[in-house]
Design a protein around this ligand. Structure first.
Ligand code: B4P
Length: 190
């Protein structure tokens, strides 16, 4: 099984590139951001809790996202593999993911990080905010909070995979196709 963690700060292009990777390698795409937004759209209790935090640019509690991923792994027992987009975002989530993989007799193949400067991230997210309707994309302070959450809680997750010798990074600035080509080279070398 090919199980990839696509990593990077908010707006790095994880969602954009995951869609292309999913097609090429026939993987199931699991984006915790998308799963949470769908809970919000359905008006579930989980969605209501998540909405307040997401609108402020803060992370939702670990147990919420871990539970969602656990469920998605269970309902896809015959998958070729998974691309995890926006998950894990904390070391506790990374540890839980390893356990879930083990329970399913598989493992994470590798983490690939998209490297993008803060200036570029802010510009991309504000631009997306003009059309996405996402409250977390529409204000510089909220974007700064998200980048701060990333730096304080998420960036260290890279070390978790580095210590397992499963970490690679690619430059996430430039043409979307060129970045995709670099990612596929990194995936093929896993
Ligand atoms: P996410 O939905 O994961 O969103 P993201 O980090 O903003 O976006 P991504 O990196 O996927 O960017 P995209 O490709 O769309 O998270 C939203 C919120 O959900 C979090 O803040 C948190 O509250 C919560 N959450 C999610 N997962 C969680 C977890 N595990 N634990 C706790 N909380 C969690 O790209 C952004 C923009 O850039 C797009 O408009 C795109 O068109 C553009 N773009 C992409 N590539 C480009 C390129 N090469 N050049 C120019 N523009 C590009």
């Amino acid at each position: 099984m090919l199980n990839i963690v696509l990593f990077g700060p908010p707006g790095a292009g994880k969602g954009t590139q995951s869609a292309k990777i999913k097609e090429k390698y026939q993987l199931i795409h699991l984006s915790t951001g998308d799963l949470l937004r769908s809970e919000i759209a359905d008006g579930t209790e989980l969605g209501l809790t998540a909405k307040k935090l997401m609108d402020e640019g803060k992370l939702v509690p670990d147990e919420v996202v871990i539970g969602m991923i656990d469920h998605k792994l269970k309902v896809n027992p015959d998958a070729n593999g998974f691309i995890f987009d926006g998950f894990p975002r904390t070391v506790a989530q990374a540890e839980a993911l390893d356990k879930l993989m083990e329970e399913n007799s598989t493992a994470i193949s590798g983490m690939i990080a998209l490297e993008v400067s803060e200036e570029e991230l802010t510009g991309r997210l504000l631009k997306r905010g003009e059309t996405s309707g996402r409250p977390d994309d529409q204000n510089v302070d909220k974007i700064k909070t998200r980048i701060h959450e990333y730096e304080s809680k998420t960036a260290v997750v890279a070390n978790y995979y580095k210590s397992q010798d499963k970490f690679k990074s690619v430059n996430g600035i430039g043409d979307i196709e060129d970045i995709f080509n670099k990612l596929t080279k990194a995936i093929d070398a896993l």
